[in-house]
Design a protein around this ligand. Structure first.
Ligand SMILES: C[S@@+](CC[C@H](N)C(=O)[O-])C[C@H]1O[C@@H](n2cnc3c(N)ncnc32)[C@H](O)[C@@H]1O
Length: 490
């Protein structure tokens, strides 16, 4: 029997060969790390065979590294997490990426960068060298740095002079990863520093209240992220871009595969709860003009969404086939939500759902924002407003277990079992699926909430009078992130 290391190497070899085969068939090529990031540079990964090969290569490489590395080095990847974040944040917010884009492939000396952005060149060099060791930027010659395909993601694509002069507007009208990185490196990072204090404190240890989440220790004046976003337009804008980038990370037609929309009769009503700017509703309204869409969210979001819809699809709002419904201000605890004054007419997802007779209720990236008790409230309101044939579509991450055979509990549900990696890889493809665990911890930090396994969704939905009919997995996002769970009333 070959060693595990050899088995992993064999998997890797097979996957590299598969990838090269796909490239040959599709006329794509595996790009140079130092080449510019373009849609064409990433085209080689398209299609299920290439995606599978990439997952195996990533999982096998990390697995081999874990086997042969000194254990303390492996652990340091986690222990030193904050230092990595500091280095990325410093380069991101000091506008290094905009400056380096303008410098071109030969790069720029840190002294010249410092002349532009006013930062300490020696500190910049140390951060850049750390990141260059992870292929985020590269050191062309001593203290001269240039972009890689990875660091290009930190570039807003705006002129460097503009972002240096107007830091508050840096992310306005951008639609890329720079805003996402800024959101996490600011809000999530500060919150993470106090997570253990919330876990250790007997008062908050077992609490699932959003106001007891680590977030509220880092931002005591706000208590929840939603409150912060209401008062801070810079953070709100950056958060909205983060949602848009999430949506963009899926092909534009992915919402069409989340449910069989074609089967709905003309005039059918789709109600999206917490629909945000309309990342799903906009493509649905464009593809299915016969549908009536109601998009509910908080008032400040709805106000922003109105502007977007007026620009993108004015006819839909004017004709009334798309309705944007704002909510009363957000309260904090379940007890407050139970208070009499809360049941004023409104469209908050914790108030009774006014839209009865919907054909579909859509909840995209909503349940992961809330602990079970809160989700039950949302789901029970939808159940109370549902017709017997109303479908509930939940789009969220589906957390895979790290061991094999764990989804037996839900094996009877079509699509419930996700792909498992070949042995001896971890069943969940290890770090190739890391994003879903990052999101899960992120939800804990910000909201005392969580991502869920299919079995957890099934138990939660059953308690609220729903049952999963099918899971519609797509290969995009590795079949785990932003997947669709279709439920029916029981
Ligand atoms: C993670 S975002 C998802 C937005 C959208 N579904 C998407 O996929 O782009 C969560 C949304 O829930 C909204 N939200 C938060 N609390 C809410 C409440 N009590 N009632 C309705 N919407 C709420 C937020 O404003 C935000 O737009």
């Amino acid at each position: 029997m070959p060693s595990q290391l050899r088995q992993l190497l064999e998997l890797m070899t097979q996957s590299v060969e598969a990838l090269e085969r796909v490239c040959e068939q599709t006329g794509t090529s595996i790009p140079d790390l130092n080449a510019p990031l373009t849609p064409a540079s990433e085209a080689f990964r398209r299609g299920p065979e290439a995606m599978e090969a990439v997952k195996v290569i990533v999982a096998a490489a990390e697995h081999m590294s874990a086997i042969v590395s000194p254990p303390h080095r492996q652990l340091y990847k986690f222990v030193a997490g904050p230092t990595r974040a500091v280095a990325v944040r410093a380069c991101l917010e000091a506008n290094v990426s905009e400056i380096l884009r303008e410098a071109g492939p030969s790069g720029m000396h840190v002294n010249d960068m410092a002349n532009k952005n006013g930062h300490d060149p020696e500190k910049l060099a140390r951060f850049l060298r750390f990141l260059a060791s992870h292929h985020i930027y590269r050191e062309v010659s001593p203290d001269v740095f240039a972009h890689t395909r990875i660091s290009c993601l930190l570039d807003t694509r705006k002129p460097s002079a503009e972002v240096i002069a107007n830091p508050e507007q840096k992310y306005d009208n951008t639609r890329g990863f720079a805003a996402v990185a800024s959101h996490h490196l600011d809000i999530t990072f500060k919150t993470a520093s106090l997570a253990w204090e919330a876990l250790a404190d007997p008062k908050t240890r077992f609490s699932n209240e959003p106001a007891d989440a680590p977030f509220s220790r880092a931002f005591p004046q706000d208590k929840t992220l939603w409150n912060l976003l209401e008062r801070d337009s810079f953070a709100r804008n950056r958060f909205d871009i983060t949602m848009q980038v999430n949506a963009d990370s899926q092909p534009p037609d992915s919402i069409f595969r989340a449910f069989d929309w074609q089967r709905l009769p003309a005039g059918a009503k789709v109600v999206e709860v917490g629909g945000g700017m309309g990342t799903s509703a906009l493509p649905l309204a464009a593809r299915f003009p016969e549908l009536k869409l109601v998009v509910q969210d908080l008032p400040d979001v709805t106000a922003k969404a109105e502007k977007l819809w007026e620009k993108e699809m004015p006819e839909a709002i004017a004709s009334g086939r798309v309705v944007l419904q704002g909510n009363p201000p957000l309260l904090l605890s379940l007890s407050e939500r139970h208070a009499d004054h809360w049941h004023a007419p409104g469209h908050d997802c914790f108030a009774p759902q006014p839209q009865t007779g919907a054909d579909v209720f859509l909840l995209k990236l909503i349940l992961h924002d809330w602990a079970d008790d809160y989700c039950l409230k949302i789901l029970r309101h939808l159940r109370a407003a549902a017709r017997p044939d109303t479908a509930l579509v939940v789009i969220d991450a589906l957390v895979p277990y790290a061991c094999r055979g764990a989804e037996k509990e839900v094996a009877a549900i079509p699509g419930a079992e996700g792909d498992q990696a070949p042995e001896p890889l971890l069943a969940n493809y290890g770090t190739a699926n890391e994003l879903v665990y990052f999101m899960d911890v992120n939800m804990h930090l910000l909201f005392n909430a969580q991502e869920r396994t299919v079995a957890q969704f099934e138990r939660l939905l059953r308690r609220a009078g729903w049952a999963i009919k099918a899971v519609h997995r797509s290969h995009e996002n590795n079949g785990v992130f932003m997947q669709s769970v279709e439920a029916v009333a029981v």
